[in-house]
Design a protein around this ligand. Structure first.
Ligand SMILES: NC(=O)c1ccc[n+]([C@@H]2O[C@H](COP(=O)([O-])OP(=O)(O)OC[C@H]3O[C@@H](n4cnc5c(N)ncnc54)[C@H](OP(=O)(O)O)[C@@H]3O)[C@@H](O)[C@H]2O)c1
Length: 253
């Protein structure tokens, strides 16, 4: 049995606690919360503590607090040479206090308390300073998810930038598509199947192979018509920039 303590009671802590309580070979010993009346639906009162002095011994301490508070919380922990990990995609391993062994247990998904998640399909990005600590994180990771990866702080930084492209930027393009539909009295729902197929396709083909459209074909007449249609200069700029980028990538070997 691997003993785990979760520090924090926000979105990530909530989902982690829920899944760890059900995980095989994992004992969730305590949760450290800052605010009363949180986590009470998930845990008995004696498992929820509010000050670090009451913290018990465990194999792994998962610090799931706001990025800004990770350093401060790790400084306050009243023990040494134990494995303390954070759950942040953007914070480096080094942000944790060196009095303990450091690690990262980053679940690459978006979490809100009110939205259920299937943890088994969530990629877990793990990082530690040594192999034996990695094994401990791997045991926890594999007990709750089928997707466990060793990812360094440098790689995590890159992953976060890639995630902005594939999530935030594509969502912004959905928003533009939605606006164009709205202005032309077309239900955005008509595009749902295309959006889902675009996302599904790149699980089988690499994105470069999956690319289609006027930019790739260099259909200059169509491109001109589209630019003429778009009255919004911001949309025209985005259209032109993405067209150039698609054509640039297509020319690369
Ligand atoms: N949400 C996501 O989608 C997501 C995904 C992957 C990774 N992460 C990472 O997971 C971590 C937690 O994110 P979250 O979304 O769960 O945040 P959250 O819902 O905002 O919760 C933050 C938690 O940190 C606690 N906290 C804030 N300042 C503190 C301090 N000075 N001392 C002690 N505790 C403090 C809060 O306590 P109070 O409730 O008392 O304010 C709360 O329990 C972050 O590192 C984030 O980058 C988040």
């Amino acid at each position: 049995m691997l003993k785990v303590i979760v520090i924090g009671s926000g979105n990530v802590a909530h989902h982690l606690v829920k899944v760890l309580l059900k995980a095989k070979n994992i004992e969730l010993v305590q949760v450290v919360a800052r605010t009363k009346n949180t986590m009470t639906a998930l845990l008995s009162e004696d498992q929820i503590i509010f000050n670090y002095q009451a913290i018990k011994a465990a194999d792994v301490y998962i610090v799931a607090v706001s990025d800004n508070a990770i350093e401060e919380v790790s400084n306050q922990l009243p023990f040494e040479n134990r494995l303390v990990v954070h759950t942040s995609g953007t914070s480096e391993l080094s942000i944790l206090n060196s009095k303990n062994r450091k690690g990262v247990f980053y679940p690459l998904q978006t979490f809100s308390k009110s939205k259920e998640v299937d943890f088994s399909s969530i990629p877990l990005c793990l990082e530690t300073e040594n192999m034996s600590d990695y094994k401990s994180l791997e045991i926890i990771g594999k007990a709750i998810s089928n997707k466990v990866y060793a990812i360094s702080s440098e790689q995590r930084k890159a992953l976060h930038v890639a995630a902005v492209f594939v999530n935030n930027f594509t969502n912004h393009l959905f928003q533009i598509g939605n606006q164009i539909c709205k202005e032309n009295n077309i239900p955005f729902e008509i595009l749902h199947a295309l959006i889902l197929e675009t996302a599904a396709k790149i699980t089988q083909l690499n994105p470069k192979e999956a690319q289609t459209g006027p930019a790739l074909r260099n259909d200059t007449k169509t491109i001109e018509k589209h630019l003429e249609f778009l009255k919004n200069s911001n949309y025209q700029d985005i259209y032109q920039l993405l067209t150039q980028s698609i054509q640039h990538v297509a020319k690369e070997l």
